[in-house]
Design a binder for this molecule. Sequence first.
Ligand code: ZN
Length: 249
Amino acid sequence: MFNKHAPLLLAFAALCCGAATNSPAAGIDFEKLMGAGAKAGKALTLTDSEVVASANDACAYSDKENKVAPADDKYAVRLAKIVQGLDNEDGMKLSFKAYLTPDINAFAMANGCVRVFSGLMDMASDDEIRGVIGHEIGHVKLGHSKAKQRAALLASAARDGVALSGKVGGYAKGQLGDIAESVINAQFSQKEESAADAYGYRFMVRHKYDPNAMVTLFRKIPSDGGLTSSHPASTERTKRVEQLIRKGS
Ligand SMILES: [Zn+2]
């Protein structure tokens, strides 16, 4: 399970949860992926499709470790309404699910898997949730999520010595949990956060959602205590989004 006692991080900000448990899962062939390069003494390289495949695995792992709202659940029904028409968005194939967990959180992975936590849905309007989604898929569209996925995969492989030992098939014990946790908790730079906010703003305008919802949600979120210090202060981000709204671009 992700640790529900972890500090609340805003994902708009990046919100999310803690440690995942060890659990083997089928997926990438690490030997194929890492073995040849390591044996040849070359730097490890991963293709984009390998990175996206590992995001598929990490998302499936996260879905298994969290309580996914069934289709007839009120959170699932509401989320489906909120994201209607967004399955193919700006060249991304998106899949949405709600997690029944009180954390104020949401995330998107490089494969277009978007997850919104019921804790966030409880305190946010439909457009405020769309603002979070716009920001999160901004990280995907702008390549930030792929970079995090790639880094998590390589770090995990290096940690476990997979590249050297050339383990056969799938993930080593605990590896997928590490990767999922690291991607979900990924800390983006202030520059990346600003770019994702700007993307989120354009997303809101493009769909005729109310961009002011991004600002009102920022205001609902406490800027200290629960928020991670690695993210820009809420006030700064609020000001920047307000500026975008004023300027209209
Ligand atoms: Zn972000």
